[in-house]
Design a protein around this ligand. Structure first.
Ligand code: SAH
Ligand code: SF4
Length: 358
């Protein structure tokens, strides 16, 4: 049996070819496209302006598979919801919806696991399984878009800060971004999608050359190579100076501000020395620093910084003219650090994933 085509994998032109191959006129492709990206239909049955035989034909030859929902968790304040999806080959990914103020922000995954091995990160601790397809990236968004639409709401922001390193899966991630920002489709503003990277220098330079308008966040976490080597193994390949050169190149090419992510770890990277070193490195740059007290994970002994250290760190940065924000860890009570929910379900992260669920 040939595998069904996942329609979320197709561009508009590819969908048109698919629909005309079924013997249908071209305008049907536009109808299906609208159902996918404007109405967020999650099955063919809902596509009420298509004939029954066409719906049946689509169901036979195509799929809108999103994954099987294994677990859903809400934070105690009810504002953060996390879903653990199991993909057809048994892999797990996590997607988080945060509802604060008027924003409906999704934190989505780009890989099952991650190859970068950052020591403090639950996803890094589980290792790399595989890249997600365009369909798997896009479907996470459409699933929540469908859910929000039930109460007249819509996705306002997306952060690629779930499982995986987005720039390690460059083609598919950026194809998904192009899909989600398509004015004839989902139509989210490019500036509403933040891509977070651990600092893969060649990919960052490519991103700059393509003059991408999606904001870039760079996970720096340390201002000296000795410290960053301990936390982020890939620093040995692309040390801080190279990452920052690439950041300057991104700013120059895109005109957009870079955000630096900094998980504050007690007694580790939250010292005055680190703050001063960071201030010296990035002063004058078009940038902003997000300070996030570490979210403790099972595989790493570090603890979040004290409030006093966070304040001091911020003060030092301010003295260098560097702006920063302390981020609250949303939904900490639901293992909202990505990778943590999956690790709870798959107790031994090196276990072979369970068999496929049809
Ligand atoms: N791979 C990308 C995006 C996914 S991780 C990256 O590393 O940027 C999203 C963010 O969460 C990164 O800034 C990452 O460093 C941070 N992070 C990972 N584990 C964390 C933890 N336990 N506590 C706080 N931040 C963490
Ligand atoms: Fe991968 Fe990002 Fe986690 Fe590092 S912090 S292991 S790059 S997901």
């Amino acid at each position: 049996m040939t595998e069904k085509t996942n329609l979320y994998d197709l561009s508009f032109d590819e969908l048109t070819a698919f629909v005309t191959d079924l013997g249908q006129p071209k305008f049907r492709a536009q109808q299906v496209w609208d159902w996918l990206y404007k109405q967020f239909a999650l099955d063919f049955e809902a596509m009420s302006n298509l004939s029954k035989p066409l719906r049946a034909q689509l169901a036979e030859q195509a799929t809108l598979h999103i994954g099987h929902i294994v677990d859903e968790l809400y934070s105690s304040d009810g504002r953060t919801k996390k879903v653990l999806f199991q993909l057809p080959d048994g892999q797990y990914i996590e997607t988080v919806l945060m509802t604060y103020d008027k924003r409906r922000t999704l934190c989505i995954s780009t890989q099952a696991g991650c190859a970068m091995g950052c020591v403090f990160c639950a996803t890094g601790q589980m290792g790399f399984f595989r890249h997600l397809t365009v369909a798997e990236i896009v479907a996470q968004v459409l699933y929540f878009a469908h859910e929000l639409a039930q109460s007249g709401e819509h996705v306002t922001n997306i952060v690629m800060m779930g499982m995986g390193e987005p720039l390690h899966n460059y083609e598919r991630t950026l194809t998904a971004v192009d899909r989600l920002t398509d004015p004839n489709g989902f139509n989210l503003g490019a500036r509403k999608i933040t891509i977070s990277t651990v600092g893969l220098v060649p990919a960052m330079r490519r991103y700059a050359d393509e003059q991408r308008q999606t904001p870039l966040a760079v996970s720096l976490h340390a201002a000296t190579d000795a410290e960053r080597d301990k936390l982020i193994p890939v620093n040995r390949r692309w040390p801080i100076a190279e990452v920052l050169d690439a950041c300057r190149y991104v700013v120059e090419k895109t005109g957009r501000r870079i955000t630096f992510e900094w998980a504050l770890i007690n007694g580790e990277n939250d010292t005055i020395e680190q703050a001063q070193a960071l201030g010296k490195l990035i002063q004058g740059m078009l940038c902003h620093v997000n300070l996030i007290p570490l979210n403790p994970t099972e595989g790493y002994g570090g603890a979040p910084s004290s409030v006093e250290n966070v304040d001091k760190f911020q003060e030092v940065l301010a003295a260098y003219g560097v702006s920063s924000t302390v981020r609250v860890r949303r939904g900490i009570d639901i293992q909202a650090g990505c990778g943590q929910l999956r690790n709870r379900v798959v107790k031994n992260s090196r276990d072979v994933p369970p068999p496929t669920i049809a």
